[in-house]
Design a protein around this ligand. Structure first.
Ligand code: NI
Length: 236
């Protein structure tokens, strides 16, 4: 009797020992898996952060310009960058080859009115002269009707989109390039204010602006920015 009780005790002891060892082994294993997967998640988040680029769009108003637009297009091509150009109908009409080149090189073309007109109080007649006519000029050259409009001075009625059937595109980074001849200063302004989903306002009617734009593009690309056309920011 004593002996069999001892056996039972031994068996019970053995059971707990085995359970304890097994629990320890699998439990620890489970914990390790959890830790491993947590580490794996952390790694993939870090990788994502490194790999996911910040998007930024550079836009050029008031062109095309016979001297500075080709200079800019050469620089953009060299860098494999696509920009957005808000063209004046009058200039598009004067330099159709440049409009064609802008399109052929993969840039996005928008409307900036025919004569750089303030659309704040525009009636139907003025909208036709300034917006519709510009679209017609661009469409005749490129075969495509612009879908985006940048009203000069950013000035417009709330109803502009409804009246024109176009999307208004403003900006959130303005280095005031048109009133500065200091390319380095313009670059500093762009880089200081650069952000994800930024839309930079520039003008390809000045040499300083073109030089500054290309330098800023080089710097921001090194900082992980991907340059896209405005449609990719608006319909993200
Ligand atoms: Ni303008």
């Amino acid at each position: 009797m004593n002996r069999s009780l001892k056996n039972v005790k031994t068996l019970i002891g053995l059971f707990f020992t085995v359970s304890f060892v097994l629990f320890g082994y699998f439990g620890k294993n489970e914990m390790m898996n959890e830790t491993d997967s947590r580490n794996a998640t952390m790694v993939s988040d870090t990788q994502k952060e490194v790999m996911s680029t910040k998007k930024i769009a550079i836009t050029f108003d008031d062109g095309p310009h016979p001297v500075y637009t080709p200079m800019l297009l050469d620089g953009l091509k060299e860098r494999g960058i696509h920009a957005t150009f808000f063209l004046l109908g009058e200039s598009a009409q004067n330099y159709p080859d440049l409009v064609k080149r802008i399109q052929e090189e993969g840039h996005l073309i928008g409307n900036h009115t025919f004569h750089h007109t303030d659309l704040k109080n525009a009636d139907t007649v003025l909208l036709h002269q300034e917006v519709v006519k510009t679209n017609e000029v661009i469409e005749k050259i490129t075969g495509q009707t612009p879908q985006y409009i940048r009203p000069p001075f950013g000035s417009h009625k709330d109803s502009l989109e409804e009246q024109t059937g176009m999307l208004v595109v403003l900006w959130n980074i303005d280095p005031l390039d048109w009133c500065s001849e200091d390319a380095a200063g313009i670059v500093r302004q762009i880089e200081k204010n650069a952000k994800d989903n930024g839309i930079i306002l520039m003008h390809d009617s000045y040499k300083t602006s073109v030089m500054a734009a290309l330098t800023a593009i080089d710097d921001l690309q090194k900082e992980g920015y991907e340059f896209v056309t405005v449609d990719e920011i608006l319909f993200e």
